[in-house]
Design a protein around this ligand. Structure first.
Ligand code: FE2
Length: 229
């Protein structure tokens, strides 16, 4: 289990806005799936509350199966044939976060190896149902220039992550939520960081045969920016 918390090991709060921890916590407030910036994304997540602030700090989920189904036909046909790169460096840099070596944050997820692009449409390995994979880590759709790709992905998230496909839950200590990372996006929401919040997060590792990008592309090989395959 990994802590997602603004409380240090000595029990004091992390109040320095330049610390890496609040920057990572703020990053989690963008819609995402876990580990899409790693070779095999997580298949499920287990998240539990130990200390909850007096208000805020909800977790939101968005159903990307319903979002895919709700797309206009021409847009659905377009996304069916697109992929995007994923990187935590990219998503954190958009917030002005450039991780420091030796910081309080473990550096988890700042993955240095090339990761194949993921299709924008995920096929669930158990149900066969399609869903959108349009997370904050996604960038640089290979067939678009950088600005066009950024705009397109932002528009898709805006269309997809709205009512009635979203649900937000405010936590009480002791609650646990388990979810399927392969068809839901999630995000944190703000709270007063002068109040403690201690959450524990476990990710259930994905099967490389079904969660890694290449098999889901049906044998097509996408060339990464780095040149790796
Ligand atoms: Fe997450």
């Amino acid at each position: 289990m990994a802590p997602l918390s603004n409380v240090k090991a000595d029990g004091t709060l992390v109040l320095d806005p330049d610390n890496d921890i609040p920057k990572v916590l703020k990053g989690n407030m963008g819609w995402h799936c876990d580990r899409t910036y790693m070779p095999a994304p997580a298949k499920r997540a287990v998240f539990s509350a130990q200390v909850a602030p007096s208000s805020g700090a909800a977790t939101g989920w968005a159903d990307m199966r319903a979002a895919y189904d709700a797309l206009p036909g021409d847009l659905r046909a377009k996304v069916d044939n697109l992929a995007a790169h994923h990187s935590l460096y990219y998503s954190q840099a958009k917030l002005g976060h450039f991780p420091k070596k030796g910081s309080d944050y473990s550096g988890y997820g700042f993955h240095g190896e090339p990761v194949p692009p993921h299709p924008l449409v995920n096929v669930h390995p158990e149900t066969g149902r399609k869903s959108l994979l349009i997370v904050r880590h996604a960038h640089n759709i290979p067939s678009m220039d950088e600005a066009e790709s950024g705009r397109f992905l932002e528009e898709l998230v805006d269309i997809a992550c709205r009512r009635p496909r979203i649900y937000h839950h405010e936590w009480s200590p002791g609650e646990v939520v388990v979810w399927d990372n392969r068809c839901l996006l999630h995000r944190a929401t703000p709270w007063k960081m002068t109040e403690p919040r201690v959450m524990w997060h476990s990710r259930i590792v994905g099967d490389p045969l079904t969660e890694a990008a290449l098999p889901r592309l049906g044998g097509r090989v996408w060339v990464c920016n780095t040149g790796a395959r």
